[in-house]
Design a protein around this ligand. Structure first.
Ligand code: PMP
Length: 404
């Protein structure tokens, strides 16, 4: 390798440093389905670090649908949606998703990340403005970069700050407010009603990334706009299938004209191969379950309330979470890695989250619930976390109850 690049790579020592301490927590190899219990190095480990909120990745109905599609359509589409890669089931899924979130039309992308980079970069350009919540997901930030638009961040759910920023912008400019529906690390909901009022007052559009809200809130899990009864006021709703839908891929929904524009302009759609058949069929089957079996969402919320109550009783600091994403704040990187390793060795999988995913003083372990967890599994995990906190001297700070 050329020397300059080699030197640059050698300067990256973050991962090496953690590996040397024996606390490296990333790329752990799992040898089973993403259930509430997974197999790691031959041992059972309780999974509390998954985004499969409804616990559907191993569901027989979904697996059967995937197998049938695999048999009928083969393993891949060998091309982009734009050219040879559109199957009848892609179109069916788009129709069903549009109906699900209450919009006229939808278009699929091969990942949720590709939705944000494709949609933001084609909807906005050099003379336009994107307004972002400071806690928005990385894929939204990257979409903004690709759009070359002027990006303005406002404080997390801080409507005074949003208005302060909006009122300085030219009246006739394109202004797009982009927010997560449920914030991926903090676990709280976007404060949508005042955003709608501000968007109307200042002539802005709204896009919600509902990656963590679909399957979790709103009618049958149809997301944030539905939860607030504001679907008609939100211009674009996007989502991913890598969480509650137990699969992979993403979509954006809006009016016919906007979706048609995106279909002909979004580069991450046009220049990338389409979702494979088994993945499309899995997503359709997961959507069936969301709509026809509300018990999954109910159980997810029962588990969430049960876990939050236990944790608050233990004095854990859950920040501002209102959802199945429970960030347990440690606010110290070393203790966060020590706790993660202790829990891993004790048979509990959680994700350590440190800067830049969260601000430098906000490191945490991200504990996420699935509908399929049992209360006994939650008891065991909370007990082990409490033991870890005692061992490493983690002290709790505040108590904010989780609401549905
Ligand atoms: N948006 C948000 C809010 C996310 O949390 C994620 C994934 N963590 C994505 C988009 C990207 O989704 P995908 O995994 O489908 O690429």
């Amino acid at each position: 390798m050329q020397k300059k690049l080699q030197e640059k790579i050698a300067q990256f020592t973050d991962a090496k440093t953690i590996k040397e301490t024996g606390l490296y927590p990333y790329f752990r190899s799992i040898a089973s389905a993403q259930n509430t219990e997974v197999i790691i190095h031959g041992k059972p480990v309780l999974m509390f670090g998954s985004n499969s909120y409804l616990g559907l990745t191993d569901h027989p109905y979904i697996k059967e649908a995937a197998i049938s599609a695999l048999k009928k359509y083969g393993t891949g589409c060998a091309g982009s949606r734009f050219l040879n890669g559109t199957l009848d089931i892609h179109i069916e899924l788009e129709r069903r998703l549009a109906q699900f979130v209450g919009k006229e039309a939808a278009v699929l992308f091969s990942t949720g990340f590709q939705v944000n980079i494709g949609v933001l970069s084609c909807l906005t350009g050099r003379n336009d403005f994107i307004l972002l919540d400071e806690m928005d997901h990385a894929s939204i930030i990257d979409g903004c970069r690709l759009s070359f638009s002027k990006v303005i961040k406002y404080g997390h759910n801080n409507m005074t700050d949003l208005e302060h920023k909006l009122c300085t912008l030219p009246e006739n400019a394109v202004k797009l407010i982009v927010v997560d529906g449920i914030f991926s690390m903090e676990g709280d909901f976007v404060d949508l009603p005042p955003i709608v009022l501000l968007a109307e007052k200042y002539g802005a559009n709204i896009m919600i990334d509902d990656a963590h809200a679909l399957g979790v809130i709103g009618k049958n899990g149809s997301g944030t706009a539905s939860h607030f009864n504001l679907t008609s006021k939100v211009d674009l709703i996007s989502g991913t299938f890598s969480k509650s839908f137990a699969s992979l891929g993403g979509f954006v929904a809006s009016d016919h004209e906007t979706i048609d524009y995106i279909k002909h302009r979004a580069r991450s759609l046009i220049f990338s191969a389409s979702m494979p058949p088994a993945t499309v069929a899995s997503t359709l089957a997961a959507l069936d379950l969301m709509v026809n079996e509300p018990e999954h969402i109910k159980k997810l919320w029962d588990n969430t309330h049960y876990a939050a109550r236990l944790m608050l009783a233990e004095g854990f600091d859950l920040g501002i979470s209102e959802s199945p994403i429970l960030p347990i704040y440690i606010r110290n990187n070393e203790k966060t890695f020590l706790t993660t390793k202790f829990l891993h060795d004790a048979g509990v999988f959680v994700n350590p989250i440190v800067s830049p995913a969260v601000p430098a003083d906000s490191s945490l372990i991200r504990f996420s619930l699935m509908a399929t967890h049992t209360f006994a599994q939650i008891d065991e995990a909370v007990d082990k976390i409490a033991k870890a906190f005692q061992k490493f001297g983690v002290t709790a700070l505040k108590e904010v109850p989780v609401k549905s």
